[in-house]
Design a protein around this ligand. Structure first.
Ligand SMILES: *Cc1c(COP(=O)(O)O)cnc(C)c1O
Length: 438
């Protein structure tokens, strides 16, 4: 194991940016220099994980403990579970068939789109046609595409806090788009503050984005709560972007209920893909499905078609393999993965909630535990960033501070690791807290 984490292990490398004070491209006055600059949009981009983690000292001094990196939200890091056999053999077959080497339609191969529609019909109980589907390079590209086509200059959008940092990174590149954040409340099991959400919506609001199940909160919202959100969007006549990349990865008492299944009026743009539930983030395959039961969203439907044709869709091999991946990955395989995550959630929750100075709600979905730090009991540390810095240094345990997700005095643990690794991580946290708690 490496003895230090590099910042680039946590977030992908970006071009080193040279910023002027107003955040625009630097204007080099030197007439002998080359006139090579990047677009202003590049300089508007922020990455909260990057900026917060950059402030951490990631070298650790523990000579006996190998590093445990619970930072990356990638379910393959610890080999939690192998991909389904169907996924592997479907790609082999697609490759060997020789029939998947050409360009496919920009919004996706028809058979692949039909398979996505079938998948959501089966799991979500929502009826889709192949035409409602747009295939993308991972859900991040799906987000980028939705943000590009669903924002207008001078308008605003609502995203959750704490939330997935890529939302702000991607929206930050869009000119003249105001980002408003609504809170997810720890003492209500991370449900959204719907009153606050309502107060933030005005006649310039383009959409509200809901992440369910949530990264970083690890919760699966109750259907009644989701109904309130849909009712609000209906009253305000705005659409919802539903980031459901963790859809069905849950072990809560109530089922996972997709937002689209609750709407008869509100256009719901749902994002999903292979990265999390199928444990295949590196394949970069995601999609958008549009649920528009009352035909209010012609503009979005048209825009998705236009935008899909800009870069001609994701890899043809995975598109060719997709029907088999979605149709033939057995229900039992999903169950095994969720079973492991649930077991990990129980282990971590039991161990962490008896450590002085830490608190959390029981995670019931996705693959994260968002741990509260009662920082007043740790006077050596000013913030969760300090706390996480010292934790790497002394215990060789790396977790991302809550600030990266927009919440102070928290840290996010990835629970998609073997149970024994998580037990070790909890023991290190306990030793660390017992040493520093007052
Ligand atoms: C991981 C993740 C995504 C994006 O995944 P891709 O790897 O781009 O498919 C989108 N939303 C949330 C909340 C995520 O955690």
């Amino acid at each position: 194991m490496p003895s230090a984490i590099h910042h680039d292990d946590v977030v992908p490398t970006a071009i080193p940016l040279k910023l002027s004070e107003d955040g625009m491209a630097i204007n080099y006055d030197d007439p002998t220099s080359w006139n090579v600059t990047a677009a202003p949009a590049v300089y508007r981009s922020k990455n909260k994980i990057r900026s917060v983690v950059a402030g951490l000292d990631l070298t650790h001094t523990s000579s006996t403990k190998p590093l445990i990196n619970l930072g990356l939200g990638d379910p393959t890091v610890f080999n939690l579970h192998p991909p389904s056999e169907a996924s592997i053999s479907a790609v082999q077959e697609a490759l060997l068939s020789g029939g998947a080497n050409g360009y496919v339609p920009g919004t996706g191969d028809r058979a692949a789109c039909a398979a996505v529609a079938r998948y959501h019909q089966k799991w979500d109980g929502v009826s889709y046609q192949a035409e409602d589907v747009t295939l993308c390079h991972g859900a991040t590209h799906a987000l980028d595409m939705c943000f590009s086509i669903m924002t207008s200059p001078g308008h605003n959008v609502l995203i959750p806090s704490p939330g997935f940092p890529a939302y702000e990174t991607l929206l930050g590149n869009i000119q003249d788009c105001e980002i408003r954040t609504y809170e997810c409340l720890p003492d209500r099991g991370w449900e959204c503050d719907v009153e606050q959400m309502e107060s933030l919506i005005d006649d310039k609001t383009s959409f509200v984005l809901i992440t369910n199940p949530s990264n970083p909160c690890g919760n699966n919202m109750h259907p009644d709560h989701l109904r309130r959100i849909v009712a609000l969007a209906e009253r305000k006549k705005i659409s919802i972007i539903a980031d459901e990349i963790y859809g069905h990865m849950q072990w809560s008492e109530h089922p996972f209920v997709p937002l689209a299944s609750l709407s008869t009026q509100v256009p719901i743009v749902t994002l999903s893909g292979l990265s999390k539930r199928f444990l295949l983030p590196g394949w970069r395959f995601g999609w958008i499905v549009l649920h528009d039961p009352s035909n209010h969203a012609h503009a979005i439907r048209h825009a998705l078609h236009c935008w899909g044709n800009r870069i001609m869709g994701p890899c043809s091999l995975i598109q060719k393999a997709l029907p088999r991946i979605l149709d033939e990955t057995p229900d039992a395989w999903f169950k095994e993965v969720v079973g492991k995550l649930e077991n990990n959630a129980i282990t971590c929750y039991d161990r962490l909630t008896r450590i002085p100075g830490l608190y959390c709600t029981f995670p019931t979905a996705a693959m994260y535990l968002l741990l509260g730090i009662d920082i007043s009991h740790f006077p050596e540390f000013d913030s969760d960033v300090d706390f996480c810095s010292a934790l790497v240094k002394e215990q060789a345990l790396f977790c991302i501070p809550g600030q990266s997700f927009g919440i102070d005095n928290h840290m996010r643990l990835v629970i998609a690791a073997p149970n024994a690794v998580l037990v070790d991580a909890c023991e290190r946290l306990e030793e660390f807290c017992l040493k520093h708690y007052v």
